[in-house]
Design a binder for this molecule. Structure first.
Ligand code: SF4
Length: 211
């Protein structure tokens, strides 16, 4: 039987957040999340029952097509994408997007880090949550640490996880204010000003009113 995954949406847009903000990317948003953050802005993605299953072949063809139209990388997000085994999807994306002229398209993953890695992504954005801390494998492997800030305690949590990552290889550090959260905006702004190892990440796709 063909490998399938529950898909909330797939679309070609610009990456809005973090180190790759402003770049053309194809997004695959997978359903299912047991992390259940109270402030989650994609609660509809928590249950996979509400979404159609797509074959990894069709998803990979969409990625290849988006690449022809300018996408520089694919972002697998959620929900919590690592609730699924991503090996079949990532293997197929690599197979379909590798040509004589081009290497396979880079695969980026956005995860809370509660599960083990699959899919061998080229870039991992770890977005850890206080109530569901990430596993050590993700702390070791991430290229980017992005912590959402709503209240003062979130800054202490951000530093705690940053210190753990430094024992391995130090990723890029981002603080991202919660959407429509004035306290988070002020806290992140002031903190980055006086702690320059951190950078500010804004959800520019929301300001631009694009997906
Ligand atoms: S991990 Fe992400 S998708 Fe899951 S509840 Fe938290 S913010 Fe929402």
């Amino acid at each position: 039987m063909a490998a399938t995954l529950p898909v909330v949406e797939q679309f070609h847009s610009l990456q809005g957040e973090g180190a790759h903000a402003g770049r053309s990317a194809f997004f695959i948003r997978l359903a299912s999340c047991k992390v259940r953050c109270s402030w989650c802005d994609t609660k509809d993605s928590w249950s996979e029952d509400n979404f159609p299953k797509e074959t990894v072949l069709n998803l990979s063809r969409s990625v290849a097509n988006a690449r022809l139209n300018g996408a520089e990388f694919v972002v697998i997000t959620g929900g919590e994408p690592l609730h699924h085994n991503l090996n079949p999807l990532c293997n197929k994306i690599r197979e379909i997007t590798t040509t004589k002229e081009n290497k396979s398209i880079p695969i980026h993953l956005e995860t809370s880090g509660v599960d083990q890695i699959s899919g061998n992504p080229n870039w991992i954005t770890l977005s850890p949550k206080k109530h569901a801390p990430p596993c050590i494998q993700l702390i070791k492997a991430c290229q980017e640490l992005k912590v959402v800030i709503h209240e003062k305690d979130d800054l202490a949590f951000a530093e705690k996880i940053a210190n753990k990552t430094r024992k391995f290889k130090s990723p890029l550090f981002f603080l991202q204010p919660g959407w429509n959260n004035e306290t988070g905006r002020k806290l992140a702004y002031e903190y980055v000003k006086s702690n320059p190892k951190w950078r500010l990440s804004m959800q520019t796709h929301k300001w631009l009113k694009v997906l």
